[in-house]
Design a protein around this ligand. Structure first.
Ligand code: NAP
Length: 249
């Protein structure tokens, strides 16, 4: 159970899966720090909604790919007072659907910078604060991967899928490295979820339904449930797990 002033920081918390997770975290009693990249009004409106429900809520603009911005975000959270109990590495991007031949190195670098380096940077800052070896009280990290990490997304975005494969490997490694310091690291691999992210790839998410055993898209709230379970004490013996929430896909 959350304690007084236990913060959960959610990267990319202003929309989609991140926003659903922010609402669920607040509902179970955590204070929530909402990171975003561009859309300040969306983050601000969500923070106001969470405050109206009685929780503390912060918004933090930072490109997770930028080490200085990430460091400043964690410093701002320190200044708010209270303990960082959890981090959800949810910020992620896709790119327009393409085959290998049409991809550019710039595209690959941006995908890896946001999805992989961003996760590493935030894990590093969080671990420095949570580690019992550094006087912290422990904590939980949940990395948002994708079922694409296993399927590989041939013909659409093999590069995005590869970033999520890296997130899986990082999750397993960090789980084993950090558990001795009281930090549980786990991951969630969503299937096709009904959010705005698909407009960036130009893919029609509804067109994927036929290939999903449950025969519908997932809702952001269904991913949030898994994330919040992994963050909490109910998952106290769950370390290095990758939880597929994908309607059987
Ligand atoms: P979304 O609706 O596109 O929302 C993305 C969020 O990330 C927004 O809050 C956005 O902020 C933020 N963001 C983007 N780039 C950022 C950056 N460089 N630094 C900080 N924040 C950044 O995405 P979603 O569908 O909820 O996806 C969330 C996560 O789930 C991603 O990691 C994605 O890869 C993964 N996932 C999604 C699906 C799916 O079908 N939706 C499936 C598998 C995995 P702004 O609005 O301010 O730009």
């Amino acid at each position: 159970m959350p304690g007084m002033s236990d913060w959960i920081l959610i990267t990319g918390g202003s929309r989609g899966i991140g926003a659903a997770t922010a609402r669920r975290c607040a509902a179970v009693g955590w204070d929530v720090a909402i990171n975003y990249a561009q859309d300040g009004p969306a983050a601000g409106a969500l923070a106001a909604e969470l405050r109206a429900s009685g929780r503390r809520a912060l918004t933090c603009r930072a490109d997770v790919a930028d080490a200085a911005q990430v460091a400043a975000m964690f410093t701002a959270l320190d200044a708010a007072g209270g303990r960082l109990a959890g981090l959800v590495n949810n910020a992620g991007i896709v790119a327009p659907a393409a085959r290998l031949d049409a991809m550019t190195p710039e595209r690959w670098r941006r995908l890896f910078d946001v999805n992989v380096i961003g996760t590493l940077l935030c894990c590093q800052q969080a671990a420095r604060r949570m580690s019992t070896a550094r006087g912290g009280a422990g904590g939980a990290i949940v990395n948002i991967s994708s079922r694409a990490a296993e399927f590989g997304s041939a013909g659409i975005y093999v590069d995005y899928a590869a970033t999520k494969g890296a997130v899986d490997t990082l999750t397993r490694g960090l789980a084993r490295e950090l558990i001795a310091e009281g930090i549980r690291v786990n991951g969630v691999r969503p299937g096709v979820i009904d959010t705005d992210i698909h407009s960036a790839s130009g893919m029609d998410a509804a067109g994927a339904v036929a290939g999903i055993p449950i025969q519908r898209l997932g809702r952001p709230e269904e991913i949030a449930e898994a994330i919040v379970w992994l963050l909490g004490d109910a998952a106290s013996y769950t370390v290095g797990a990758m939880l597929d929430v994908a309607g059987g896909r």
